[in-house]
Design a protein around this ligand. Sequence first.
Ligand code: SAH
Length: 487
Amino acid sequence: MTRLGIFPVSYKVRGKKIVIVGGGVEALAKARLAVKTDAHVLVVARKIEVDFSALTATDAHIEILQEAFAMHHLDNAALVFVGDEGPDAEIAKRLTKEAGLPLNVVDQPALCDFFTPAIVDRAPISIAISSEGEAPVLARLVRAKIEALLPLHLGVLAGLAGGLRHLVEQLISSGDRRRKFYQELLASSQVEDALANGQQDKANQLANQLLVEHANVVQSVGAQRQGFVHLVGAGPGAEDLLTLRAQRVLQSADVIVHDQLVPEAVVQMGRRDAERVPVGKAKGRHSFTQKRINKLIVELAQTGKQVVRLKAGDPMIFGRAAEEIEAMDEAGVEYAIVPGITAAAAAASDAHLPVTLRNVASGVVYATAHGANDTTVTHWATLAKSGLTLGIYMGKSIMQDVAKELVAEGLSPTTPLGIVVNAGRTNSTRYLSSLAEISNEVPQLADGPAIVFVGEAVASGKWQIQMDQPVLDQNSTGGALPEIQVA
Ligand code: SAH
């Protein structure tokens, strides 16, 4: 078993000095770390070689001295960094050791009493990542991951919780119940949303409300807590195409109500003990009517649950969000909407297709091929005349009809048509054809949802399979086009 050669501690520097000996880049790097604290930062060197002005301009608590190092520089010091070489560095090392102060010598682990970790700063919360000086690059990578996970205002949230401590102790007598209150406060996406939007007052108000709800008096008369619904865009299917906000609200959800199109891996990103309700609306199979879904999310919120209504792509694009919003408005249920990457956006990226293209396409239209309740749509004439790139949803099974309509309405039969199946996923597959070719014969496509692009800009994309050029020996595939896996 590998044991740690260091013991991580949080070292107090408030009211003390952090001394940095040196005037070069190493010293500057340490100074950048040191000014994150509210210690007085003292940089001493005979020659200041790099520009510290970015730090001195914003921070009054850093002092740069261009002079020889001397014993008195160590007065009231908490930590000492030596970033230079030369006689002053030698003196500084010796005096620091003699004074019994913790010393860090840049790039000389053997001489260090302590290492500087990579720091995630959400004061008063801090996270230090250390590799014992062995793999600083890896430590920084880990830090980047953690940075991305934590909301920027985590510190404010911690401050808010801290500020309520006395009140909580007065109002909630049981330790268990107090813990429950804090857990809920820290996981509350409404409070986080408020902080993210700079609404400190609203955050305070929500926290107080939560406290009152948790307080003994109210609990004993059994008051009902308010729930909340987030309509969340899950993106096209890859876990890492989820937004950070979507990930955060998923993790604070009690119940996740999700569509068929949202892959299991994304649904699994919620808390392990969250309830999951699939309301599968796969093509041609409506296991839950929209009405029932509306009713379900309203009822869940009314029983005090934090609900995530998880939809493929973006919730506001062909997501029947309007009905759910109307139901929630009618019932007075509070909700917020978290956008997602819509399928056509992911498809355009997969196909390296700029859907707007100077001098070729001055815009893009997202349109459906199917009308509501499978009626036909009436927009083809308008779209054919638009000159814009068309990103067509729900058109996979009726592509031929769409192509014929567009040609009948005046689009040239040679207009390029591109199909992206499983956009944004590892098995994304892309086909290039034209309105005329598709009208003749519909190719065999990979399984999965598809976006059909139509327009002159489509030709500028990168497509794997061109319909008019057989890509493989027909005999070896039995005539079927292969499903190409794209890493
Ligand atoms: N709200 C979703 C769209 C839902 S409608 C969004 O913003 O993406 C369902 C249609 O979306 C499917 O018929 C298909 O045309 C398209 N679609 C959804 N996910 C897709 C994906 N990963 N690749 C290609 N098309 C997709």
